[in-house]
Structure formats: C-alpha cells, structure tokens
Design a protein. Structure first.
Length: 113
C-alpha cells in the first residue's frame, strides 16, 4: 500500500493516541475542510454509544465543520463502524483503517464498500 501523506499520517497518530489514552476499542480522527483535526475514542455509556469515528465527526460538526477531507480509525477490528457519519458530510472523504500499531490496513472510500 502507498505511504500516507503527512496530513493523513497525523490523523492515524491522533487516532492511536485517543485509543491509547482511554484504553478504548478504537480511536479515530478527522480533518475538516479548513484543515482542523478532531480526535475521539469509542463512547460506551448506558445512555450513549458512539463509535470513535462517530464521536470524532460529532466533535467536528459541533465545532462548525461542514466538510471533511479525510478520516482515520485505529482498531483491532477488520471493519469500521460509523463510516456513514463521515460520508454524510463528504461522500468522497477517504477513511484510513489502521491497526493498533499504526500500520495501514486499507483506505476505504465509497468504491471499496
């Protein structure tokens, strides 16, 4: 797989940090159309459950983001939950799926789903 550009590699680093800091199942990060980044981890409460990707998108939207350039998810799982949250804003935004070690497993877009 091709090496990530610096901005997408930063998303993977932020997602890894969020996951490690909270010891969550997954961490995610998104970059909005202005280049700002938002990171989050899985939210699992009795009254609220969000995938890390959904939480990162929610953080971006609540800060005023209307488009996303890219996203990254770090997880041991082979699938990504919450992809539609990214594509609700920007259907062409790629989503990098990486393992806990940061190794990129795949880049997901609407053509690969």
């Amino acid at each position: 797989m091709a090496e990530l550009d610096a901005e997408d590699a930063k998303l993977v680093t932020l997602a890894r940090s969020s996951r490690a800091r909270t010891q969550a199942a997954e961490g995610a990060a998104v970059r909005d159309g202005d280049g700002r980044t938002y990171a989050a981890a899985t939210v699992s409460l009795p009254s609220l459950a969000l995938s890390a990707l959904q939480a990162a998108v929610a953080a971006a939207v609540s800060s005023g983001a209307t488009t996303l350039e890219a996203a990254a998810v770090v997880t041991e799982a082979s699938t990504v939950d919450g992809i539609d949250a990214v594509w609700d804003l920007t259907p062409t935004a790629p989503i990098v799926l990486a393992g806990p070690d940061g190794a990129v497993r795949s880049i997901i877009d609407q053509q690969t789903v």
